[in-house]
Design a protein around this ligand. Structure first.
Ligand code: MG
Ligand code: MG
Length: 624
């Protein structure tokens, strides 16, 4: 497909936007009028810049408040259109987007709208330009694609067609199924946008909160599928109005934009596999490789913090089971959980986190076919990472996650020790008296800068095949945290993405140390949280104390056996219940860099993260 993006979707000057768009591999742009009006150059110069970058100017947009007007305004608008047509010819832009009228002067008369649009198309045809008519969700009399199509059909002019925009249809909960019935050649242009589900005014929603396909909650794949079923063969474009994208570095936004289109195409491709004829070629990446669990977490540390961490993880019940063959790297294990502490001075990890104490630099995910997983990731525009490998060491393929941490794909076939036998000199596997029964990594929570959440949601969906859960807002004493879980279908890989909306929360302060995109806690799962908590306390682990008031309130909210409540109160264990099951958990005090651990027990099919209890932790941490 011809891939395009509206210039309004990115930050920067117009020239910087075009450079970022070209670098990300787009074929063309929609030129947003305000970007041109404020450009210090002529249309011919801009045309040259775009051509030098290999970009076509596919659309000039928007042309407002045209159809259904009283005669005097209509004639004035035709003159206005002629001036825009002059400009479009100088730009080499073949099409203008005419969005449905929002003016109070607009008359509710589809036949008049059709006649006036016919006149506009006639003027455009004299210059071999085309007009696309788009229903804005807040258009005065035309707000749905079905209405816009009836007007275009009635106008019946070869130079007038329909422009579809997923935002306007999906935000009104309009059914896109009817799109498949529209003749494909009468759909002139397609704009795709996703958005989070928000209960707010549609204009504010549209102007501030759109996102790239795969970042929000809309069924954008289903919408695109209908457009393909119609037989559409024109550009696939993105038009995203988003407050955060306006300030995010535009190179990153452009990469997200391209990844979103590749994801959209590859998902839609599966839906129309049996459709004949196939009119367009859709991106066909290697399929998502199924993940089956978190194999290890790697920490980067200097020598001093590696010693602190050694004490801490041993208190958590881990035993040291190996030393790396060639590097200053130590392996710890408890149950199926492996921690790797990397104190190698020249490592990739240390290079990134120098002077930041301890932080997580890599995750290992188990996967049946690591090479396929890396193939999928690179097809979806993630970078592959190859670390230097010593003799007799295993090469585990890795990719760079947004923010710079590594994700290693660990072959399942290697079994529990296979990966480590090659790289580590394993010590005696004797049981350790510190063992607290922690068995698996339940989830890894990341603290992200505000502009990284959408990037991560798309990365985890498109590259790792994870599903995004609901987005929650949690109160820290110093601001709001937005939290969203992502997990694979079988729930053996879970990440929690947390964003601080304030500069003053603990999450935000962790970010300022690590530069963003850092793990801020690791949750470890056990079968008996009371036994685990008692053992960990005996080992010297310190937990975040929970206010007595929390338990008084819990008893009023949830019907709990008094003995269970008393045990939780005594142990400082937090509780959450969903219809599917229960979640019991406890947080350790944080150590340098702000990192801490959570110990959790899942009962039944509980599928969340105890997020409602996070305020209890954050308030307690603030009262230290
Ligand atoms: Mg639009
Ligand atoms: Mg957690």
């Amino acid at each position: 497909m011809h891939r395009s993006i509206a210039t309004v979707s990115l930050s920067g000057t117009l020239r910087q936007k075009l450079e970022a768009i070209a670098a990300a591999g787009f074929d063309g742009i929609e030129l947003f009028e305000a970007d041109f009006i404020n450009f210090k150059g002529t249309a011919t110069e801009l045309r040259g810049i775009a051509a030098d970058l290999g970009l076509s100017i596919d659309l000039y947009q928007p042309f407002r408040d045209f159809e259904g007007m009283p005669q005097a305004q209509f004639l004035r608008s035709l003159e206005r259109a002629e001036r825009k047509f002059d400009l479009m010819q100088a730009l080499g832009a073949p099409m203008v987007l005419c969005c449905s009228n929002t003016s109070p002067l607009c008359v509710d008369d589809p036949s008049l709208a059709a006649a006036q649009l016919h006149a506009l198309a006639e003027r455009a045809a004299r210059r071999n330009l085309r007009v696309g008519f788009e229903a804005l969700a807040w258009g005065r009399h035309t707000s749905r694609y079905g209405q816009a199509w009836q007007i275009v059909k009635q106008a019946d002019h070869a130079h007038l067609g329909l422009i579809l925009d997923s935002f306007h249809t999906l935000s009104l909960k309009d059914d896109p199924a009817g799109i498949a019935e529209i003749p494909g050649e009468k759909i002139f242009f397609l704009q795709m946008a996703d958005a989070p589900l928000l209960a707010m005014d549609v204009l504010q929603w549209a102007r501030h909160h759109r996102s790239f396909p795969g970042q929000g909650d809309f069924d954008v794949v289903g919408f695109f599928e209908q457009v393909l079923r119609a037989g559409y063969t024109g550009p696939l474009s993105l038009e995203i109005f988003n407050d955060i994208f306006r300030e995010t570095p535009n190179r990153r936004t452009a990469v997200d934009a391209m990844r979103s289109l590749l994801y959209l195409e590859s998902e839609a491709r599966q839906r129309i596999a049996t459709l004949q004829p196939q009119r367009v070629e859709l991106f066909n990446p290697p399929p998502v490789a199924a993940l089956s669990g978190l194999a290890f977490i790697e920490f980067a540390a200097d020598e001093a913090s590696a010693r602190t961490l050694d004490t801490l993880v041993r208190q958590l019940g881990f035993r040291r089971i190996g030393k790396h063959r060639s590097k200053a790297v130590t392996l710890y294990r408890q149950g199926e959980i492996n921690f790797i502490v990397n104190a190698q001075p020249d490592s990739f990890a240390r290079g990134r986190f120098e002077a930041h104490g301890t932080s997580v630099c890599a995750l290992g995910v188990r996967c049946a076919d690591p090479l396929a997983a890396v193939g999928r990731a690179t097809a979806m525009r993630s970078k592959r990472h190859d670390s230097p490998v010593g003799p007799n060491e295993l090469r585990v393929p890795a990719v760079v996650a947004p923010g710079g941490n590594l994700i290693h794909f660990v072959p399942e076939a290697l079994g529990a020790n296979g990966l480590y036998e090659a790289d580590f000199i394993l010590e005696d596997d004797a049981p350790d008296s510190n063992d607290a029964g922690l068995a698996q990594i339940d989830h890894v929570a990341l603290g992200l800068a505000v502009d990284q959440l959408d990037t991560w949601v798309l990365f985890t969906r498109a590259v790792l095949g994870l599903e995004a859960g609901e987005s929650l807002e949690l109160a820290d004493p110093f601001g709001l945290i937005r939290s969203r879980g992502v997990a694979n279908a079988e729930r053996s890989v879970r990440l929690v993405l947390n964003v601080s909306l304030s500069q003053r929360t603990r999450t935000a302060r962790t970010l300022s140390v690590t530069g963003g995109g850092a793990v801020h806690h690791i949750a470890l799962r056990c079968e008996d949280i009371f036994a685990a908590a008692a053992k960990l306390r005996a080992n010297g682990t310190r937990f975040v104390p929970i206010a007595d008031n929390y338990y008084d309130d819990l008893a009023t909210r949830i019907d709990l056996a008094p003995e269970l409540l008393a045990r939780m109160r005594a142990a400082g264990v937090l509780f959450d219940r969903s219809p599917a099951g229960d979640y019991l958990h406890i947080y350790t005090e944080s150590f340098e860099g702000g990192l801490f651990f959570e110990v959790a027990q899942r009962i039944g099919r509980y599928d969340a993260y105890g997020a409602l209890n996070a305020p209890a932790r954050m308030a307690s941490q603030a009262q230290d």
